[in-house]
Design a protein around this ligand. Sequence first.
Ligand SMILES: C[S@@+](CC[C@H](N)C(=O)[O-])C[C@H]1O[C@@H](n2cnc3c(N)ncnc32)[C@H](O)[C@@H]1O
Length: 282
Amino acid sequence: MVDTRNSPARQMDIVRPAAARIYDAFLGGSHNFGVERGFAERIEQALPGIGATYQENRAFLRRTVEFLLARGVRQFLDLGSGIPTIGHLHEVARRRTRDFRVLYVDNEPLTVAHSRPLLADEPRADILLADCRDPESVLHAPETQELLDLDRPVGLLMTSVLHFVPDSDDPLGLVEAYRDALVPGSHLVVSHVTGTHAPEAVRVLADFYAETSDPLHPRETSWIDKLFGDFEVLPPGTTYLADWRPDPGQPTSAADRYQLLYGGVARKSADARIPVQPVSGG
Ligand SMILES: C[S@@+](CC[C@H](N)C(=O)[O-])C[C@H]1O[C@@H](n2cnc3c(N)ncnc32)[C@H](O)[C@@H]1O
């Protein structure tokens, strides 16, 4: 298997379904191919109603971004962004303020190619073709440095991406590297697939994703909690997504038969651990 860890992006693959376009198909978007639409239909047959889980992820993203905007966050780094359509981050921000910056990052070349024209008229948003498993190259990319001021608080989104990172790539360590790079006042948003509530459904889902270019790595909720490290998890804490500050009248997870997505929002406080700098010289 090719190790893509230190390469800027993975190989283009339009034979197997890709996570970005499967998600777009479930959201009702137009940036997907027959292979992803057929795949989505087969999952829907095996797990009736599963489409609501994908839509709930996008609704969680909207609610968390509105929450961060209300807390004064104005710049966002969205890792594993997918194609920014159907209510993505910059659209949510644009409804609230003119003063925002969004850098999307994805490692799937066609996803990035599809995204560029969508962002062409939005100078406050850009997309970087990069692998989130390489924090150094993401944080030091010219696009990041130009668009974001990393000396000011950032909203870091890792929604529905870390379950595509295998344990062998140390997902806890890489999220820690991003947390350490952010200044106090920054926030981390995570959503992640879990089988804690519905192990059989998640097993079926993971079997499907084994056919794709993005195999799935579901994890227990107790493991997902660890992603927030020494950040302060904000109320209501980590939850199934439908229970995270639901809109008035919105069904909560009790109405969601699968409860496969879990996450939350946390903030870096001024007294968070200062990362130890390597000692240089002899
Ligand atoms: C399901 S989409 C999530 C989209 C968006 N974050 C959301 O929650 O609405 C997952 C995306 O993560 C991307 N992805 C997977 N592994 C990645 C990696 N190592 N680095 C960057 N992007 C990655 C996929 O290409 C895909 O576009």
